[in-house]
Design a protein around this ligand. Structure first.
Ligand code: 5GP
Length: 195
């Protein structure tokens, strides 16, 4: 595979990375398209098949692993598999756009290692673990058990931040959005000059 650029936003669940990614997707000059991941988790209310995720059952997901259809995949939480389909990147590059990812830290770093020069890997850091817990509770999409699981994972994920190209501290959303826009804009512009 070759083609455009890859922009990875990784962060602990509840850090605000989805909001940042959605904001960037709404900027037409960045020419971004969202990499729709496959997952074996249940769809949440309001999520749409083929827009938020490709929802697969465990068996379908494992079959795609066996067929080598994933660029990267991971069991992010027990029995909850997530992965980037190779076909997804090909689809977006074929349309002349750059790919933006909202994926977990391990998957994000995998992509950076597979495509070191084409990838901008950004880590979004929440103000604190406490604040993260508050945000996840407010979101009301997970049970207390699942929230605790996500918070425990967040501490491990925070330790990987230095391996990313940039760290955005999401203390103030407006500022974080501005910073993200500038970063991505510079990265995409650099591509144009070498075309
Ligand atoms: P959620 O269940 O909240 O949608 O996502 C849980 C975690 O899985 C988030 O950190 C999300 O970024 C991550 N994730 C989503 N898609 C992928 C993917 O394709 N690969 C990997 N490695 N992680 C993903």
């Amino acid at each position: 595979m070759s083609g455009g650029k890859l922009i990875v936003f990784s962060a602990p669940s509840g850090s605000g990375k989805t909001t940042i990614v959605q904001h960037l997707l709404a900027q037409p000059e960045l020419k971004l398209d969202f990499s729709i991941s496959a997952t074996s988790r249940e769809a949440r209310p309001g999520e749409t098949e083929g827009k938020d995720y490709y929802f697969l059952n465990l068996e379908q997901f494992k079959k795609k692993i066996k067929n080598d259809e994933f660029l990267e995949w991971e069991e992010v939480y027990r029995d909850n598999f997530y992965g980037t389909l190779k076909s997804e990147i090909e689809r977006i590059w074929a349309s002349g756009k750059n790919v933006i990812f909202d994926i977990d830290v391990v998957g994000g770093l995998d992509i950076k290692h597979i495509y070191p020069d084409q990838t901008l890997a950004v880590f979004v850091k929440p103000p604190s673990i406490e604040e993260l817990k508050i945000r996840l509770k407010k979101r009301k999409t997970e049970s207390d058990d699942k929230i605790n699981m996500r918070v425990a994972k967040a501490s491990i994920e925070l330790a990987t931040a230095p391996q990313f190209d940039y760290i955005i501290e999401n203390n103030d959303l407006k500022q974080a959005l501005k910073e993200a826009h500038e970063l991505v804009s510079t990265f995409v512009e650099a591509e144009k000059k070498t075309e």
